[in-house]
Design a protein around this ligand. Structure first.
Ligand code: UT7
Length: 337
């Protein structure tokens, strides 16, 4: 693909399509009560989660391809029109090739290039910001950003602290350039702090701890999280970055129509809404039905709320997330669909 823009004019990246896919199987709190020492009441009150979806057969690329196909159908668009695909994921099909290449083949996007982006629960925010640069500088006209994770593939279903949290899903957005428009990606703030790495990671399978009998025996290919420690940082980080992006755009909570938060824990979401002085009716929420689907949470909210008619053209949104790395960030959007 050529990234050449003969006119050299800077445009605005606008979200012009959305789609999602969730697997059929529902893993309920009642079922988890039979698998580990937990209760429906503990899970609901500590996290807000009631059930999550699990992909029984297939890989992250299948989730991502289904989400993009849903987007294409709703936009009445051919896969061959896509210029670029960014897959935000921490559960790629394989280390290589990139899941973006697998997805490109599965959906038949023969004119697209693409790559994977790893920023865990902030993956969608980071991918959206990255995609917007290519659209704004005129390089590409139809860029698909998909957040997709099969978290069940790295979850230890004997670890009660973590197995109650995660689910599988994918959701995709289309970004296109528009000139002289008030809609689209208006601002972003993104952060990394590698000091948080030891508290949330998957220790083995990479070059540090290549797969061996020992790494498997020690369950090092599963997600590890010190939940309490991560909670303390996440609750402040997500609230502050969400507040910062409205403040620096001279907005208050009254000007925001929707907070679209990463769905890790209802208590983190509530704290973020409080910091922004936002009523809970302005917070997109589906953690009860899907749990934490990592890179998929934010676009899944957007897709569902748009489909149900609650998300409307002209509304002002703050998308925000906090995740492994640590990584965190927020994006200010004016919805154009
Ligand atoms: O998405 C990326 C970033 N990740 C996050 O934002 C997640 C951040 N962390 C959290 O959301 C929360 O820390 C958790 C939901 C993971 C845990 O909630 P918590 O209120 O921080 O609980 P805790 O870890 O402090 O555990 C409290 C108690 C412990 O028992 P003791 O030591 O008080 O006797 C745990 O052993 O709850 C126990 N516990 C459970 N009990 C029933 C831990 N997991 C469970 C469980 N069922 N599933």
């Amino acid at each position: 693909m050529s990234g050449h823009d003969p006119k050299g004019t800077r445009k605005r990246a606008v979200i012009t399509g959305v789609g999602h896919y969730v697997p059929e199987y529902r893993l309920t709190n009642a079922e988890l009560e039979k698998m580990v020492d937990t209760t429906d009441d503990w899970i609901r009150t500590r996290t807000g989660i009631v059930e999550r979806r699990i992909l029984k057969n297939g890989a992250t690329s299948d989730l991502a391809a289904a989400a993009i196909n849903d987007l294409l159908k709703k936009r009445n668009m051919a896969a061959s029109e896509i210029d670029m695909i960014i897959v935000a994921t921490v559960t790629p099909d394989m280390f290589f090739p990139a899941t973006a290449c697998v997805v490109q083949e599965k959906i038949g996007a023969k004119n697209a290039w693409g790559f994977d982006l790893s920023a865990a629960c902030s993956g969608f925010i980071f991918a959206l910001v990255t995609a917007a640069q290519f659209v704004e500088n005129g390089s590409y006209k139809k860029v698909v950003v998909v957040g997709a994770d099969k978290m069940s593939s790295i979850t230890d279903y004997t670890d009660r602290a973590n197995c109650i949290l995660f689910g599988d899903a994918a959701s995709a957005l289309l970004l296109e350039p528009r000139e002289d428009t008030e809609y689209g990606i208006l601002d972003h703030i993104v952060h990394c702090d590698g000091a948080g790495g030891p508290l949330l990671n998957m220790p083995a399978g990479g070059s540090l701890n290549p797969a061996s009998h020992e790494t498997v025996d020690r369950k090092m290919h599963y997600l590890y999280q010190d939940g309490k420690a991560v909670f303390k940082v996440a609750v402040v980080g997500m609230a502050e970055v969400s507040y910062e992006i409205i403040e620096r755009n001279n907005l208050t909570g009254k000007d925001v129509d929707w907070l679209v938060p990463h769905q890790a824990n209802k208590r983190i979401i509530d704290a973020t809404a409080n910091r922004m002085c936002l009523d809970s009716s302005k917070v997109m929420l589906n953690i009860d039905r899907y749990g934490n689907t990592t890179a998929a949470t934010i676009p899944l909210c957007l897709s569902e709320y748009y489909q149900s008619g609650q998300l409307k053209k002209g509304q002002t949104l703050v998308l925000s997330a906090f995740g492994a790395g640590y990584t965190w960030g927020a994006v200010l959007v004016k919805w154009a669909l």
